[in-house]
Design a protein around this ligand. Structure first.
Ligand code: HEM
Length: 416
């Protein structure tokens, strides 16, 4: 492949458009990526929706892009379809669209709240909420896991950490979801209004916390002193970034965990037989479910990636579920194996923007699996599954399963 614009053969053949949200609801996009990895792992595409960009489906090339921020910047947006005005307003002030010293300063202001020890103290509350929830859901009747579990679990964690009062969680989560809604019924104006709603909410929260600080991230950022303290605008931008970074991704990871075990009952039996596999199972869930669908960077200079010559100013899109099933890195990549090791998936990114919430995401999945092992003997798939029509996040809008209670199965943990 050379630097000339070339149309992806898979797209030209009438295969699904990777930039159409509907593709991720209905089509076999994994087959298309498999072919792309083999035939053109780095290729320039021309999308009817988003214009020209370089499409990366291979693990090694994607990792290289993530680890070279001086050649592939985040400051011009990290996803296709971001509004130019919103990106330039956030660039340099919000973690995910900053680079270099500006990014390092923002990252160190947030870091203490995401360190292992700070995150670990959330575990007990999380576990007791999960125990209560699963005691209710694991009753041997069908349940939509997305509506009843996956939506609430991330909200407890992320809104709790930010100090959002519990009575506001649902409203805030709904606004954050609407700001990224790519379904046919949503409009750009509706997305803008929802995003403005999230900012307005946090502006008010800052005003409340300033005179009356709590034990939360927003209060801590407001109370910082010294030359590096964040401005109110930076705090607002990063509240938005944390809600956007933390809610949808973890929601899809939770549904992905339940789907993985519903679809692979043998792996569930293995996990029950040996709960010490929980940490490797968490990594495999992240790889297999791949909650981020794509990440984007913009070349700052002419740069070679594999056989491709990417010109300064051109956008590069990394398809994460494809990289996570790259057969040159993962043996039997489509199989779900709770003891896969090593597991260098890219679901939490790589390089300087590696997910700041990674410990939180892992704690959430670990605690979920531990609670499922206590309450659930078997997870049965009832045949209803609706995928999310999104080009940004990869997951489910609906997943009906039956959680067979552990207590009903003699000899199971928590059973009789
Ligand atoms: C399973 C759950 C999660 C997944 C799959 C995930 C995935 C990612 C990925 C792939 C990136 C890199 C983005 C890029 O390089 O452009 C990222 C960054 C980020 N994530 Fe997460 N994330 C998860 C959970 C969370 C949580 C719980 C939070 C916060 C409460 C969070 C906050 C962020 C932030 C603020 C960034 C930007 C970091 C930076 O630019 O330095 N994430 N996440």
């Amino acid at each position: 492949m050379n630097g000339e614009a070339s149309r992806c053969p898979a797209l030209a053949a009438g295969d699904p458009d990777l930039t159409d949200p509907a593709t991720y609801r209905d089509a076999d996009y994994f087959a298309q990526w498999r072919r792309a990895r083999r035939e053109h792992p780095v290729v320039r595409l021309d999308s009817p929706r988003f214009g020209a960009f370089w499409s990366v489906t291979a693990h090694a090339a994607a990792r290289e892009v993530l680890e070279r921020p001086e050649s592939f910047t985040s400051t011009r947006g990290m996803r296709l379809g971001g509004e130019a005005g919103a990106v330039s307003a956030a660039s340099g002030g919000m973690l995910v669209v900053s680079d270099g010293p500006a990014h390092a300063r923002l990252r160190s202001a947030h870091a203490p709240w995401f360190a292992g020890r700070a995150v670990a103290r959330l575990k007990d509350t999380l576990r007791s909420r999960l125990d209560a929830k699963l005691a209710e859901l694991a009753d041997g009747t069908p349940v939509d896991v997305v509506a009843r579990l996956s939506r609430s679990l991330p909200t407890w964690l992320v809104c709790g950490m930010l100090g959002v009062p519990e009575e506001d969680w649902e409203e805030l989560a709904a606004l954050a979801a609407a700001a990224f809604d790519e379904t046919e019924t949503s409009t750009a104006a509706a997305r803008r209004a929802a995003s403005a709603g999230v900012f307005a909410y946090f502006a008010e929260l800052l005003d409340r916390r300033r005179p009356d600080p709590g034990d939360d991230l927003v209060s801590a950022l407001l109370q910082q002193s010294g030359a590096d303290r964040l401005t109110d605008e930076e705090i607002l931008l990063n509240c938005d970034g944390l809600v956007n970074g933390g809610l949808g991704t973890t929601r899809h990871a939770v549904s992905g965990a339940v789907l993985a075990f519903a679809a692979h009952p043998r792996e569930w039996r293995r996990l029950r037989a040996d709960p010490r596999s929980v940490p490797t199972a968490v990594e495999e869930i992240l790889r297999w479910a791949s909650p981020p669908l794509h990440m984007m960077r913009t070349a700052t200079e002419d740069v070679r990636l594999g056989d491709a010559l990417i010109r300064a100013g051109e956008r590069v899109v990394l398809w994460i579920p494809s990289c996570n099933r790259d057969e040159s890195v993962f043996a039997e990549p489509d199989a779900f194996r709770i003891d896969r090791r090593p597991n260098p998936h890219l679901s939490l990114g790589g390089g300087p923007h590696y997910c700041i919430g990674a410990s939180l995401a892992r704690l959430e999945l670990r605690t979920l699996l531990e609670a499922l092992l206590t309450h659930v003997a078997r997870i049965e798939f009832d045949g209803t599954l609706v995928r999310t029509p999104s080009t940004f996040l990869h997951g489910l809008d609906r997943l009906e399963v039956t959680l067979m209670p552990a207590a009903a199965v003699p000899g199971s943990p928590g059973g009789e």
